[in-house]
Design a protein around this ligand. Structure first.
Ligand code: HEM
Length: 171
């Protein structure tokens, strides 16, 4: 990325943050309408009660500012990576999210979304996505290499079911 592009990102982060609720609701609405299969990954309870609704889009805004100093991002990338790998999030999901996020930025900014600005955001997102998906690939490999380890979905046979309490059942 050029320094002009980084400046462009830094200048638009506060504006986008100000329209955070609009940006986030545009983004999720768009994504779930066009890619309803993702509803199975996201906790839709979070979407309805607004609790964690802002996590994804707002995190992208926050981290894009540091795209030239990835060492600042590494601890947070590792933390999110553990959450993402527990949900089996894959590189192809990043492509879908990126498409809807950039389109939402364009919709929210309207005429202010110049081609240069959208190009800068597309680049920043793709750098962030590569960094995160790359780290997550390493976590998947580590999981697979553990004794009895695996990554993703696999069938299990339920041998026993124990009702531990009114609320908890062990399988
Ligand atoms: C650059 C892109 C992304 C960023 C910056 C990002 C950031 C985050 C953050 C900060 C959290 C909260 C972690 C915590 O619980 O402490 C999170 C959770 C989550 N992320 Fe991502 N994420 C990105 C991409 C994706 C993609 C591609 C998907 C899948 C399509 C995804 C799905 C989720 C889900 C399902 C959660 C759990 C919370 C929920 O159900 O809403 N994220 N992400």
């Amino acid at each position: 990325m050029t320094s002009d592009q980084i400046q462009l990102i830094k200048a638009t982060v506060p504006v986008l943050r100000e329209h955070g609720v609009l940006l986030t609701s545009h983004f999720y609405k768009r994504m779930f309408e066009n890619n309803p299969e993702l509803k199975h990954i996201f906790n839709m309870g979070n979407q309805q009660n607004n609790k964690k609704q802002t996590a994804l889009a707002m995190a992208v805004l926050a981290y894009a500012e540091y795209i030239e100093t990835p060492e600042v991002l590494l601890p947070v990338v590792d933390h999110i990576g553990h959450k993402h790998t527990s949900l089996d999030i894959r590189p192809e999901h990043y492509t879908i999210v990126g498409r809807h996020l950039i389109a939402s930025i364009q919709e929210v900014l309207g005429d202010a979304a110049t081609p240069e600005l959208l190009e800068a955001w597309t680049l920043a997102y793709s750098k962030l996505a590569d960094l995160m998906a790359g780290h997550e690939q390493k976590l998947y490999i580590k999981q697979t290499e553990r004794t009895g380890g695996w990554a993703g979905w696999r069938p299990f046979v339920v041998k026993q079911k124990v009702k531990e309490s009114e609320e908890i059942t062990s399988f």
